[in-house]
Design a protein around this ligand. Structure first.
Ligand SMILES: [Zn+2]
Length: 331
């Protein structure tokens, strides 16, 4: 889902409404020349963190922008960013082809070489680390010295979905900001601007846990349809139209994602039952949720044979049925 550069190919793209105030707040010190040398910006995945970083970097490297948050989109700086090759902007990210690859010390050394060269365009030089919590400990150590003694007009922009995973020594050397989350109305309006009708936007947001950028990606990748099919399977299991064994066989090639969806349905139902103070049903839902979380953890940490996901799935689906046997509400 992450683009390889911070450039935004939609030249008319507007920063989402829920991020505009914080963009103004973050950019103000740069106008008055009391700018921080390191910002740690955090938000859940899919909430616009990448879009905000792109706006900040483009605005700071735009050569003719005024006091607002918008860059001119016409100057040399804006064109270089749009082409993904501005010499004063460096994006450092994990290898996108490896799911759990860290940001390595070799990448940080290369970044520090960049930081220690003179700005090509005579303005700011921006080092963007995204997501910063993927730095391994050697990489974080390599970054520390530059954070302690930054060259003039150098900005480190650390974007993080889980900032508590960063070493405290790194966090404490950055000015920290948590991005606001969008209201449902803002998220739906933004998805409408991306071409989703109201019904699709509502369904996509529900599937994405309220994160609009994730919702858009789910919609565009056809994930919503796959999720709906899983949901139908699950309802058939509860209605005793399927056995746990048959469902496990159908889900085994997509076991992890199926369990993640199942966990969100159980959590949603648990929240509804908690609001209705329906304690007996709530206990069953929580027990089923715990079983699914445990199975999901097993699948993500164990190297499994072809048989194993099916067995894990069958076992956890049987457990869910036992937990929900006395349920009185729709899950
Ligand atoms: Zn410009």
């Amino acid at each position: 889902m992450m683009r390889s550069t911070v450039s935004d190919p939609r030249t008319d793209a507007v920063l989402p409404t829920w991020l505009q105030d914080i963009a103004v707040q973050l950019l103000a010190p740069f106008v008055s020349r009391r700018a921080p040398h390191a910002l740690l910006l955090s938000a859940p995945e899919g909430n616009g963190l990448q879009e905000l970083c792109s706006t900040l970097a483009t605005r700071l490297l735009c050569e003719v922008a005024d006091d607002g948050i918008d860059s001119c989109r016409r100057c040399r700086g804006c064109h270089l960013i749009a082409a993904g090759n501005h010499p004063d902007l460096r994006l450092t990210m994990p290898d996108p082809d490896k799911a759990s690859a860290p940001i390595t010390v070799a990448q940080l050394r290369s970044l520090i070489d960049f930081v220690n060269t003179t700005s090509h365009q005579g303005g700011w030089r921006i080092a963007l680390l995204m997501p910063a919590e993927r730095m391994n400990s050697q990489a974080a150590n390599a970054l520390l010295k530059s954070l302690e003694e930054p060259p003039p007009r150098q900005l480190f922009l650390l974007a993080s979905h889980n900032p508590w995973r960063l070493p405290p020594t790194v966090r404490s050397r950055c000015q920290q900001h948590v991005l606001p989350t969008p209201t449902t109305e803002q998220a739906q309006q933004w998805l409408g601007e991306q071409g989703l009708n109201a019904q699709s936007a509502t369904a996509a947001l529900a599937a994405a846990g309220g994160q609009p950028m994730t919702a858009l990606a789910l919609y565009q990748d056809g994930e919503l349809q796959r999720r709906d099919a899983r949901r139908h399977d699950w309802e058939q299991l509860l209605a005793q139209q399927y056995t746990a064994s048959a469902l496990a066989a159908a889900w085994q090639n997509d076991a992890q994602r199926s369990l993640n969806w199942l966990a969100t349905w159980l959590a949603d139902s648990a929240r509804r039952e908690a609001a209705a103070a329906n304690s007996s049903t709530l206990r069953g839902l929580c027990a089923a949720f715990d079983a699914v979380s445990h199975a999901s953890g097993l699948l993500s940490t164990t190297s499994v044979t072809n048989l194993r996901p099916r067995l894990v799935l069958e076992d956890v689906l049987e457990q869910c049925l036992r937990c929900l046997r006395n349920r009185r509400t729709h899950v």
